[in-house]
Design a binder for this molecule. Structure first.
Ligand code: TRP
Length: 330
């Protein structure tokens, strides 16, 4: 039997280049050798969008279209709507007993998000505990591999702590530990050069952005503020255009030559931005065309089918879990 993979994304906006380079490429690569599940994590998205649920519900189809347009194949990958699998919620309740507030408090990704969202004075408990429901996501689908960006490493660690504790307390080995699959560029900087590329910060290039928007964003990219005239020597480190050329240009030797030229002086920002724009248009053009060809009813059918398939696995796992704990009906 093929080993299982599980990942997911919160559907709070369209997916962007950060997702592509961080985990989507790995998911495309791995889907033929593994039994892959992808969760459209609407339940998790509600933990920070409970007051704007429409932002989540409206994006489920959009994110699924992103998956299909980049080459996630529904015959190989099962795409699942998280909220339609109630066993995730049940498993989360069991797991909450196995985790301390101290452990949750130490999670660096959650800490960063709490600060970013301005929650520091009153943190919604659902949000604070989402790493526990993520552990339920992963283990309910018996996943051994999780292709994610490196911001998700604390979630994997938390999952494995829960797995060990569960197996020890209930004298079982039904739960399996999992491993992250990271990409070379597992965290892409935003076009502002300040923080991680993210939809909510408005500094990301979406996979579905139209050509003029891509170009505009490339031309807004942070470069080297001391590189004023084209003849000046310029800095490549921290220069977002070069970060993106490293990540997305198809000819890395050409990128090395451009870097040397830029460092020496004599290469203007407009030239490198045009080169980057060309390579991003080449990458994203076919993805956008595929997306435009997708029929929304077909996308809904794919979700329906994937969720129904996932429900069977969820049922099998939760039965083992209930049995291990000793929960029974009368
Ligand atoms: N936390 C992930 C994110 O914010 C989304 C996610 C939900 C996920 N469940 C998951 C990722 C399970 C990996 C495995 O993008």
């Amino acid at each position: 039997m093929k080993k299982k993979i599980l990942t997911g994304d919160r559907p709070t906006g369209k997916l962007h280049l950060g997702h592509y380079i961080g985990s989507l490429q790995n998911r495309i690569k791995l889907q033929s050798t593994y039994d892959q599940y992808i969760l459209v994590a609407d339940l998790q998205a509600l933990t920070d969008h409970f007051d704007h649920p429409e932002k989540v519900t409206q994006n489920i189809i959009e994110v699924t279209k992103d998956y299909l347009s980049i080459g996630i194949d529904p015959d190989q990958t099962t795409i699942v709507v998280q909220s339609q699998i109630p066993e995730i919620a049940e498993l989360t309740v069991y797991y909450l007993n196995l985790v301390t507030l101290g452990q949750l408090n130490r999670n660096p990704t959650v800490k960063y998000e709490i600060q970013q969202k301005g929650y520091s004075k009153s943190i919604p408990a659902g949000f604070f505990c989402y790493p526990v429901s993520q552990a339920a996501d992963i283990t309910l689908f018996q996943a051994e591999l999780v292709p994610v960006g490196d911001d998700q490493l604390p979630m994997i660690e938390q999952t494995n702590e829960i797995v060990r504790r569960f197996n020890k307390i209930y004298h079982t080995n039904i739960l399996k530990e999992c491993k992250a699959v990271l990409s070379k560029t597992s965290r892409l900087v935003g076009i502002d050069g300040k923080s991680k590329s993210s939809k909510s910060l408005g500094n990301a290039i979406a996979l579905s952005d139209p050509p003029d928007v891509i170009k505009k964003k490339v031309f807004q990219m942070y470069t080297d503020p001391d590189h004023i005239k084209a003849s000046d020597p310029g800095r490549v480190e921290g220069n977002v255009v070069f970060t993106y050329l490293d990540a997305f240009h198809s000819d890395q030797e050409a990128v090395a030559d451009l870097k040397a030229h830029y460092r020496r002086g004599g290469l203007g920002d407009v030239v490198i931005k045009n080169i980057l724009n060309d390579s991003l248009q080449r990458l994203l053009g076919p993805i956008r065309a595929k997306r435009d060809s997708l029929d929304t009813n077909m996308v809904k059918e794919i979700l329906h089918y994937g969720t129904a398939k996932a429900a069977q696995l969820a049922k099998a796992t939760i039965e083992m879990v209930r049995e291990a704990i000793g929960i029974q009906s009368f």
